[in-house]
Design a binder for this molecule. Structure first.
Ligand code: ASP
Length: 584
């Protein structure tokens, strides 16, 4: 037997027992007469004591152990004279009687401590050592617990976990595909799934009724911060349901996770239409941990000779409560913030509503106290508040103000990662106009159903932008953690949708023929949703990065720095695949 116990479980109650432990040497302390070793495994740390007086050879052997050596030790559990209240095993130690080195170890390139001295790159290169550290290990344990809760919850509600293929024909989710060449079919390629979308819909046609899968998805997107080319979804689909049924089911799952993981109980999650989210928060994933909703003042500010406002489609602002004392420097910094290329505003107008009821603004030249009071009233500002205003084309200005609102939330400490604000955003537009290609794209994906009352608008191209979809996102703390839709199960409507998206019959048949065929054999009404599992884990942990919840993530350039992939392949492999590589 390698071990009788783990390094995390012995307590005072075990005193007197003879035990065998195995693990890694965390550290050793040589005090002359005594040598102490902290032995670590996934479950904890136990102190080993080696006594020079009673067993000199063993003590000598222990002194030679380096950090991260793998050892097996046998000894008696004894009560410690100086106890360590910081660890659960801190009241006992093992008086060692036997020691075996199972494997020597090179000194690790960084310290295996909660606060490691290793930089990001180094830790990723030696990720297996990084995972030995408590914070990373705990994240993976948490991920496992979440996955188990999800599986059990859905399984208890009749969902079947069914695997779908990884080598498929492209499923469009708006990103580029990763492709895999087929040796047996020269010149032909599989795509890796961006999601199992079409397969889960086929499973509904197949009568599986309720499907889920905790599944890897692949999207070859331009790398943005904290995106991974491969990531995991909790992918779900249900038959014979309305939107209400889907929202209730997955709200239930989310609440279950909050309760089990965080001990938090929620009432009903709030719901907001996409349109309201855009007008009140400037984005489709509002952070509801704080208010500071948008106040439109276009009508009130016009006609005072301030040409910038007079010529703008929208003048909109936020009220930062109690911030009238902001200094010139702080206001300049906010102006610089909105002018950064990532935000892109031309400038920012501020109005201080001083505690004594007077006003000070960056537009005093154009607005007297009465005019400023009218703006303050429209915005619901009180003495002591600060108003920040942006202007320009409506959608752009809202997006800019969204960034400013989040920045103010950060500055005022209103975005506590341990606070949770879930939200459903519903009624997304069905179609999204793309200026570059001058055509409409499906905002969610081409299988998403329009709201029945908006369906007639499909016949009027001038109204396509107004069509709402039966599509929904679940948002937490300003992050989209999941999304889905009611699907089109009617072939005629699906064909119409393809035409709207600019697919010819041939192109639609080539790309989606099998799904379209399936729909002719009795497709049930169905709907579904997918959660981003890595993201969900990071939000529950109050962490910023999804990388911390993936055992072996890629870096920001999409590389696995540990295995050094992607990498060239041999000429033989290329020849077999009939691929000519010509990298300039
Ligand atoms: N396949 C969709 C996605 O990956 C989710 C869904 O519609 O179920 O976003």
């Amino acid at each position: 037997m390698y071990r009788t116990n783990t390094c995390g479980e012995l307590r005072l109650a075990n005193v007197g027992q003879t035990v065998t432990l195995a693990g890694w040497v965390q550290r050793s302390r040589d005090l002359g007469g005594m040598t102490f070793i902290d032995l670590r495994d996934r479950y904890g740390i136990t102190q080993l004591a080696f006594n020079m007086e009673t067993n000199a050879p063993l003590c000598e052997q222990a002194r030679k152990l380096g950090r991260e050596y793998v050892v097996q030790v046998t000894g008696k559990v004894i009560e410690r004279s100086s106890k360590n209240s910081k660890i659960p095993t801190g009241e006992i130690e093992i008086e060692a009687t036997d020691l075996q080195v199972l494997n020597a170890a090179k000194t690790p390139p960084f310290t295996i401590e909660d606060q490691s001295d290793g930089g990001d790159d180094l830790r990723m290169k030696y990720r297996y050592l990084d995972i030995r550290r408590n914070p990373v290990r705990r994240n993976l344990e948490m991920r496992h617990k979440m996955a188990m809760l999800v599986r059990n919850y859905l399984s208890d509600r009749n969902f079947l976990e069914i695997e779908t293929p990884m080598l498929i024909k492209s499923t469009p989710e708006g990103a580029r595909d990763f492709v895999v060449p087929s040796r047996m079919n020269p010149g032909e390629f599989y795509a890796l799934p961006q999601s199992p979308q079409q397969y889960k819909q086929l499973l509904m046609v197949a009568g599986m009724d309720r499907y889920f899968q905790i599944v890897r998805c692949f999207r070859d997107e331009d790398l943005r911060a904290d995106r991974q080319p491969e990531f995991t979804q909790i992918d779900c689909e249900m038959s014979f349901v309305h939107q209400e049924d889907v929202l209730n089911m997955f709200e239930g799952l989310s609440k279950h996770l909050f309760k089990e993981m965080k001990g938090i109980e929620f009432d009903k999650f709030p719901r907001m239409t996409w349109h309201d989210a855009m007008c009140l928060y400037g984005c489709d994933k509002p952070d509801l941990r704080f208010g500071m909703t948008f106040k439109e003042v276009t009508d009130v500010v016009k006609g005072h000779g301030f040409s910038l406002f007079d010529g703008s489609e929208l003048v909109v602002g936020i009220v930062a409560e109690g911030c009238a004392e902001y200094t010139r420097k702080q206001l300049d910094a906010l102006t610089d913030f909105v002018k950064r290329p990532q935000v892109g505003a031309g400038g920012m107008v501020y109005i201080k509503y001083n505690a004594d009821g007077s006003f000070k603004s960056s537009v005093d030249k154009f607005y007297d106290a009465e005019a400023l009071k009218a703006i303050a009233d429209k915005m619901g500002a009180k003495p002591g508040d600060l108003m920040l205003l942006l202007c320009g084309p409506a959608m752009k200005t809202r997006a800019q103000l969204c960034a400013l609102r989040l920045e103010m939330g950060n500055q005022l400490g209103l975005r506590d990662p341990q606070k949770f604000a879930p939200l459903w955003v519903i009624d997304f537009p069905l179609l999204e106009w793309d200026d570059e290609t001058q055509r409409y794209y499906a905002m969610h994906h081409p299988f998403t159903a329009p709201k029945p009352e908006d369906e007639p608008l499909l016949d009027d191209p001038s109204r396509w932008g107004d069509i709402r979809a039966n599509a929904y996102d679940i948002v937490m703390n300003g992050t989209e953690v999941g999304g889905g839709s009611i699907r089109i199960h009617d072939r005629t409507l699906q064909n119409k949708m393809f035409h709207t998206l600019g697919f010819t019959d041939e192109k639609a048949a080539a790309q989606f023929g099998f799904l379209m065929d399936a729909f002719t054999y009795g497709a049930p009404p169905h709907a579904g949703l997918a959660f981003g599992f890595d993201r969900l884990c990071s939000i529950f942990a109050g962490a910023d990065s999804i990388r911390d919840f993936i055992a072996f993530p890629k870096n920001n350039a999409g590389r696995d720095v540990m295995s050094q992939s992607p990498a060239p392949i041999s000429q033989e492999q290329l020849d077999e695949l009939c691929i000519k590589v010509d990298v300039k």
